[in-house]
Design a protein around this ligand. Structure first.
Ligand code: NDP
Ligand code: MG
Ligand code: MG
Length: 341
């Protein structure tokens, strides 16, 4: 059985004794920076010139420096800019500031696993990856709880990289929930597979097809929205609490029987074969290459796919419905129904 690490297994004073530079102040960046600070860690923020995040970080009371200056000053450099920009900012601003004894920290293994970043000798390379979105990482910490983390050490130059990793994990609140050991390879490949096959890709496509089938058959889009999207959260909450078994315990016998006989008709064994092909492209680096090549070209494929997704009729229906009902929650960084980012 996997060993789980908690607060009692980590020495908070290790990270409290270091200066930490958080590069990027987005979803993960703001959460790590604020949680570290509240845990008594000395944090500066690194951002590119003209960044629209500067005002946000300064408003939160942080000192904001250039990426290079922040990396120069810090013992631990935390790379929380988007994965596709990390290679360039690392080469230009971080690598020149690295010296033996410093440490590089990631929240996802992409750039290390696929070879876009290689640290110089003498530098520890570790990862603490929260298994949840950045805004939840901050909210849970403020509520006295934490989001579980997985941690890895790629290079243990100091011989103490694991102690540093667990200390960091504790400071962001992750060990209040629990942490488990992984490797950069395992984290990267499973994270990409999970988001592509099930969590994001699989679920989005499943919901869109469900909505299309009902509306094309003449049912009201608002009713279709409730049935295939709104209720999904309630089902997933049950799975999260007690597995698929708890979900099946809670639903009606009619729904449970339908689950058994129709689930495998919709998600048939071909889907498993498709998933294996997706995993093979992740493992071979083909997905990473395609993503980075598109990003390097200005992201034409990515932006076209994003626009196509936003134009799906389910988004219009959802926007209208959510504005009419009391469950609607505001997220300070998300403008509902608009592509503003
Ligand atoms: P975001 O897209 O939220 O990061 C945006 C931030 O990075 C902004 O502050 C942006 O500033 C800044 N940024 C962009 N380019 C640069 C640059 N060249 N130099 C410095 N800062 C820059 O990223 P995420 O938080 O989503 O992801 C960060 C890392 O965390 C990734 O490795 C990701 O895989 C991982 N991760 C993310 C999760 C999540 O919840 N989103 C979950 C677990 C891991 P500007 O205003 O200038 O654009
Ligand atoms: Mg993930
Ligand atoms: Mg991911």
């Amino acid at each position: 059985m996997t060993e789980v690490f908690y607060d009692k297994d980590a020495d908070l004073s290790i990270i409290q004794g270091k200066k930490v530079a958080v590069i990027g102040y987005g979803s993960q960046g703001h959460a790590h920076a604020q949680n570290l600070r509240d845990s008594g860690v000395d944090v500066v923020i690194g951002l590119r010139e003209g960044s629209k995040s500067i005002a946000k970080a300064e408003e939160a009371g942080f000192t904001v420096l250039s990426n290079r200056e922040a990396a120069e000053q810090a013992d631990v450099i935390v790379i929380l800019a988007p994965d596709q920009h990390q290679r360039k900012l690392y080469a230009e601003d971080i690598e020149p500031a690295l010296k033996p004894g410093k440490a590089l920290m990631f929240a996802h293994g992409f750039n290390i696993r696929f070879g876009y970043i290689t640290a110089p000798e003498g530098v520890d390379v570790f990862m603490v990856a929260p298994k949840g979105p950045g805004h939840t990482v901050r909210r849970e910490y403020e509520a006295g709880r934490g989001v579980p983390v997985i941690a890895a050490v790629e290079v243990d130059a100091s011989g103490k990289a694991w102690d540093l990793a667990w200390s960091y994990a504790r400071a962001i609140g992750g060990l209040r929930a629990g942490g488990i050991k992984t490797t950069f390879t395992e984290e990267t490949e499973t994270d990409l597979f999970g988001e592509q096959a099930v969590l994001c890709g699989g679920t989005s496509q499943l919901v869109q097809y469900g909505f299309e089938v009902l509306t094309e058959a003449g049912y009201q889009p608002e009713i279709a929205y409730f049935e295939v999207l709104h209720e999904l959260k309630l089902i997933v909450d049950l799975m999260w609490e007690g597995g698929i078994a708890k979900q099946r315990w809670s639903i009606s016998d009619t729904a449970e029987y339908g689950d058994y006989v129709s689930g495998p008709r919709v998600i048939d064994p071909r889907v498993k074969e498709n998933m294996k092909a997706v995993l093979a492209d992740i493992q071979s680096g083909a997905f990473a290459e395609r993503f980075i090549a598109d990003q390097d070209a200005g992201a034409p494929e990515f932006l076209a796919l994003r626009a196509k997704g936003e134009a799906h009729p389910i988004e219009q229906t959802g926007k209208k419905l959510r504005s009419l009902f009391a469950w609607k929650q505001q997220d300070e960084d998300y403008v509902d129904g608009s592509a503003a980012r």
